[in-house]
Write a protein that binds this ligand. Sequence first.
Ligand code: HEM
Length: 427
Amino acid sequence: MSDTTKEGGLRTAMREFPANVWSSIFRNPLPSNDLERASTSFTNFFLHVHPVKVHRNTLRPLYTLGLGLMSFFLFLILVVTGVLLMFYYVPSTTQAYDRMLDLRGSVAFGIFLRNMHRWSAHGMVAIVFLHMCRVFFTGAYKKPREFNWVMGVGLLLVTLFLSFTGYLLPWDQLAFWAITVGTSIAGYAPLVGKQIQFLLLGDTTVGQEALLRFYVLHVAVLPLVLTLLIAVHFWRIRKDGGLSRPEEPARAQAVTLTVTAVAAPNTEKKKIYGLQGFVRGPFTKVGNVPDNSVFSWPNLLIAELFVFALTVAVILVLSLMFNAPLEEPVNVMHPPNPAKAPWYFLGLQEMVSYSAFWGGVGIPTTFVLLLLLVPYIDRGTGGVGQWFARERLLANTIFLTLVLVNVMFIIIGTFFRGPNWSMVSPW
Ligand code: HEM
């Protein structure tokens, strides 16, 4: 008798096994009503970074262009492909280049992995920069988001440095000379320039010490710093009330009610109605107050999945079509002429060609300081949440001019500079 019960119990346990495993991981069924939609965002480790509801403006593709999310997803791709590359790479001047050749020739999907890492890194620098432009042109750095803008400037600098440190690792001619040029720009800083350069290189020239330092910064220190900054950046978005949006016309402001008690004429029992309080803003559903928010599940999640799929697809296609460059092994006796910094520092290199101090240190430092101060200098409240708002014409014009000058310098440096940094025609 007891055997039969045991067998029956076992059979039931086996039958319910998949459902029990599933429900032990996911506490809620797929949501079918508002309460469940709310609790899905609330109780899931990955989803609870979202608020239960977001404003409709957050999901307007033409508002954010998905650039912040793309930056984040590119970083994720970089972490995954970077860890895989670490299984093969050795940060030694005698081995690094050979390991690159191995990736190309004998490691399954090695070249593809390297391509994905390389194109995501370039993509991240460009997309983070564009994300900053979107935040500026929509006035999204204004109160209460000033500090998140400052966090963003930190993110931009760490992203640039992360990409720069990775540039050296293949240990080919391109890497060696780009970093030689890049670090010599740091050397132009007054008083501490040479010390900074020495701190970066661990020596007076680019060699084994520099390779090791760049490697440790690239695979451990900077990704950790970036992860921390991104976590604070996302947390601040929540605390600042979600993404910026245009101010909504005030509704359901103060209502003056003079009647506090109404007696129904033809009923025995008198009903008393009292005023309980005033409501304001879109999130409290009272009467016909329009609600401009939507549930994060599934609306925000679907939008995020779409941006993720798009980002991965673009990187995959690029990696299939174009191989990451690998030049000759390092030859310290044969500098290419001209030796160029990575493209995102070509604006600096171009300015350095006019004045080493101003181009390499003075102007970039002033520019970064101004960027950090932007939200504390521009205190006007108009035009937030709108692309190129009229009220922000002056600020937008100044910023756009600076962006275009930088882009122009990068184009000149990439295509129009030849031997000894002289002007050449690319055609
Ligand atoms: C690794 C780099 C970065 C990542 C992963 C990142 C990620 C994000 C994400 C996902 C959002 C929300 C969606 C969106 O606006 O697209 C956002 C918003 C924001 N980001 Fe970034 N960001 C980065 C760099 C920057 C930079 C360089 C700045 C400015 C200097 C910046 C300033 C802001 C601000 C102020 C917001 C709030 C925008 C609003 O409320 O409309 N971020 N960021």
